[in-house]
Ligand binder design. Structure first.
Ligand code: IPM
Ligand code: MG
Length: 350
């Protein structure tokens, strides 16, 4: 069992270190090797996804990623930005299924900006298509047309791309509350008319799961109005990018949310849903729990070890119940700790 570890930029190395300690504590005989992705790789190799990283990531069964990005690379040309490395590793490994859970831990109910009765018990899974759509569509660019600058991108999906991500959503729903809401913009965009048509076809294969459809603007509204109506939400790459940020904020604690990006054989890249937080990098105060919970997802999805995944999640819950909090989830009456101390506490609870 090989794991490629990509600490990345900003707080990435600090939070990844804690997740790696948790992995080692499980005593499951993983081989781990580290490589560079994102800004650190641009600095070291002038490439956000260098060949050495490509090789390691290809050979591994799973990839653990911290976070990429930072202001020092923001003005680089597109191909030399940390985000390009992330998009390339997703495409290169065929990681088409992005699972982003938004769970509200009861101990953190006050962290949400929404009223407790609206979000209490919230447990949504956003299933985002990750290797297609306008993110990767050709043609794209900025050029001069009729004497002025003209910017363009192309949104497209094949029916097989839509079908396979819908199946991931339905399979996930079967292990949850058996509800799938497919999100599109079929009143305007042909590409997403096809999405809805295919969603309906796939829905017939899953008569035990309730399928509904929602336009993306309404979905954005419903997510803040009545988020508990959702179980699994499935949508395309761009809508999923936007809605998953929105959903994560319902919980008020993005520092708690893991994510998985899977290929057809459950090889996966696992990373926290939050970014590289350059403002607190190197200070030892970042919340490592989202990355630790990403390891739990890795055990469950790639290594089919439900028990070990649950063990980690239970350890995290125990630490929250003990009242330990990093700065991002701190409230009066709890105990503020740093990254390492939080990792120590999870190890102790394990
Ligand atoms: C995400 C991020 C990325 C995306 C960026 C960093 C390229 O926002 O994972 O949601 O848009 O997919
Ligand atoms: Mg995003």
């Amino acid at each position: 069992m090989k794991i490629c570890v990509l600490p990345g930029d900003g707080i990435g190395p600090e939070i990844t270190a804690e997740a790696v300690r948790v992995l080692k504590a499980l005593d499951l005989k993983f081989e781990m090797e580290e490589a560079q992705l994102g800004g650190c790789a641009i600095d070291a190799a002038k490439d956000p996804f260098p060949p050495a990283t490509q090789k390691l990531a290809k050979e591994a069964d799973a990839v653990l990623l911290g976070a990429v990005g930072g202001p020092q690379w923001d003005n680089n040309p597109r191909e030399l930005r940390p985000e390009s490395g992330l998009l390339r590793i997703r495409k290169d490994l065929g990681l088409f299924a992005n699972l982003r859970p938004a769970i509200l831990y009861p101990e953190l109910a006050n962290a949400s900006t929404l009223k407790p009765e609206v979000v209490a018990g919230l447990d949504i899974l956003i299933v985002r298509e990750l290797t297609g759509d306008i993110y990767f569509g050709q043609p794209r660019g900025i050029e001069i047309r009729n004497g002025e600058r003209f910017g363009f991108n192309t949104m497209h999906y094949t029916e097989s791309e839509i079908r396979r991500i819908l199946r991931v959503a339905f399979e996930a729903a079967r292990k949850r509350s058996r509800k799938v809401c497919s999100v599109d913009k079929m009143n305007v965009l042909e590409c997403t008319q096809l999405w809805r048509d295919v969603a309906k076809e796939v829905g017939k294969e899953y008569p035990d799961v309730e399928l509904s459809h929602m336009l993306v603007d309404n979905a954005a509204m419903q997510l803040v109005k009545a988020p508990k109506q959702f179980d699994v939400v499935v949508t395309g790459n761009m809508f999923g990018d936007i809605l998953s940020d929105e959903a994560s904020m319902l919980t008020g604690s993005i520092g708690m949310l893991p994510s998985a990006s899977l290929d057809e054989k459950n090889k996966g890249l696992y990373e926290p849903s939050h970014g590289s937080a350059p403002d607190i990098a190197g200070k030892g105060v970042a919340n490592p729990l989202a990355t630790i919970l990403s390891v739990a997802m890795m055990l469950r999805y790639t290594f089919a070890n439900e028990a070990a995944g649950r063990r980690i999640e239970d350890a995290v819950k125990k630490v929250l119940a003990l009242g330990l909090r990093t700065g991002d989830i701190y409230e009066p009456g709890t105990q503020k700790v740093g990254t390492r101390a939080m990792g120590d506490a999870v190890l102790a609870a394990l």
